[in-house]
Design a binder for this molecule. Structure first.
Ligand SMILES: [Zn+2]
Length: 455
């Protein structure tokens, strides 16, 4: 379905630096998804191909997986395809309706730029971008190639596959490791949930979907949108109508994900934001007003009007036998009403509970450390930070024309960084199906926050 833009172009134009794949393959190999799942392993399909016509659908042989839909979300449709230059399996994401509104364009711009900018093993990154049409008037859709992961954490949690305490620890460690990097760049993810944590068969985990991500708002008087984070993972300050929030909303989501890993069911699964709040109160007890200082007045009145309830922390232990005292203590530090008192990602990484996950990750899964005949050589900085803030100064376009121009420039710059540019092959039999794939329906999107002033 994807082709190189020049038929004379040589293959292997975009050599990748993926040599540690083999090393990862030998280690921590779990029986999750390698057989019967129909999910390709891109590390094993990277046989070099001598054909240069590069039309995926027509060149794929019986032993190679073809193109197929692997998922869709609020911001796009994703297919598994083969990069014709390297024969490497990659994910092709179509982002339609990018220019429906300036807000939609800004979200897409952020997602694309973040995918192209961040370089961290626990954050999904772009492999390439398909060249946009040279005429800006014909530019309506964006196609981006990213690393292909085999499954997401949501699918693992609801599957019948075993999920041991060691799995939980190594997943949690990687979530925190990726998030530390993201927060160090000044970016709040704002939609962390198991479905946005991609995993491969070696249990390597990458955070994805930056459609709702944004930089920290330093001006506390500025209103931030509350329409973020899928409801089950939404922090109480968001549910309570706070106009300003920060990195702590991601930490709450991690707490919910951690509990879900341990118990294999959603911790707070309510049908509306108000019921969501009710479930949180049920576990943590009614919050004192000083712990919900950022709540709007309507939400504070609501909390005060409800009958006071005591915390039922012991409920955590009934989640699963995997909930040890250490796990419950860390969980409660993440699930804290007051975002100012909630543990930070760095503090969580310093928690004893995390240490086994760290050891396991760096002893056989990571790319930052390596083995020698005399033993494992560990990198100095096991959880690196970005070191400088993500630059969002170029996303303040205010008209659609400007949005298109900025986006066009971003895509052109990135796609030209590769030696052989890619384009879509409109003659491929699969192209039509791909082009008509739908994005998520309205009812699948996160519900709107409570209108506290209208209760
Ligand atoms: Zn390492």
């Amino acid at each position: 379905m994807i082709a190189m833009s020049r038929s004379t172009a040589k293959t292997n134009g975009g050599t990748t630096s993926k040599q540690p794949q083999q090393q990862q393959q030998q280690t921590l190999h779990h029986p999750y998804y390698t057989s019967n799942s129909g999910i390709p392993s891109y590390s094993s399909s990277s046989t070099s191909s001598s054909n240069s016509s590069a039309t995926l659908a027509s060149t794929a042989n019986e032993n190679e997986p073809g193109d197929f839909l692997i998922g869709y979300g609020a911001f796009g449709v994703i297919w598994a395809v083969t990069d014709p230059r390297t024969s490497r399996r990659v994910a092709l994401k179509k982002m339609p309706n990018v220019f429906q509104s300036v807000v939609a364009a800004r979200r897409a711009f952020r997602e694309i730029k973040m995918l192209c900018t961040f370089r961290h093993d626990n954050i999904l990154q772009a492999v390439d971008i398909l060249q946009p049409p040279s005429q800006i008037d014909l530019f309506n859709e964006v196609y981006i190639l990213t690393e292909l992961m085999q499954i997401d954490l949501h699918k693992i949690i609801v599957s019948q596959q075993p999920l041991s305490i060691d799995h939980c620890k190594v997943f949690l460690y990687q979530i925190l490791r990726g998030l530390k990097f993201l927060h160090s760049a000044g970016v709040i993810h704002r939609d962390l949930k198991p479905g946005n944590l991609l995993v491969n068969s070696d249990c390597l985990l990458k955070i994805c979907d930056f459609g709702l991500a944004r930089t920290e708002e330093l001006d506390k008087t500025k209103c931030m949108t509350q329409e973020v984070v899928t409801q089950y993972y939404r922090a109480p300050e968001l549910l309570l109508g706070a106009h300003h929030y920060s990195y702590a909303i991601d930490v709450w989501s991690v707490g919910c994900i951690f509990a879900e890993l341990l118990g294999r069911r959603i911790l707070f699964q309510a049908s509306s934001p108000l019921k969501q709040l009710d479930l949180i109160i049920n576990l943590l007890g009614s919050p004192p007003l000083d712990e919900i200082a950022t709540a709007c007045d309507g939400a504070k009145s609501y909390i005060v009007s409800k009958t006071w309830r005591a915390a039922k922390i012991n409920m955590l232990y009934s989640l699963s036998k995997n909930v040890t005292h250490d796990a419950a203590q860390l969980l409660l530090r993440m699930l804290t009403w007051d975002p100012r008192k909630r543990i930070t990602i760095q503090q969580a990484l310093e928690n004893n509970y995390i240490h086994e996950g760290r050891i396991r990750y760096h002893s056989c899964m990571c790319r930052c450390c390596f083995s020698t005949p005399t033993g494992r050589q560990y990198t100095v900085n096991l959880e690196p930070v970005r070191g400088f803030r993500y630059d969002d100064s170029d996303e303040n376009f205010c008209s659609m024309r400007q949005a298109k121009e900025y986006m066009h420039k971003l895509l052109t710059e990135f796609s030209q960084a590769n030696t052989v540019p890619l384009r879509l092959n409109h003659d491929s039999p699969l192209y039509k199906t791909f082009a008509t794939s739908q994005v998520a329906q309205a009812h699948e999107l996160p519900p709107s926050p409570v209108a506290w002033d209208k209760l």
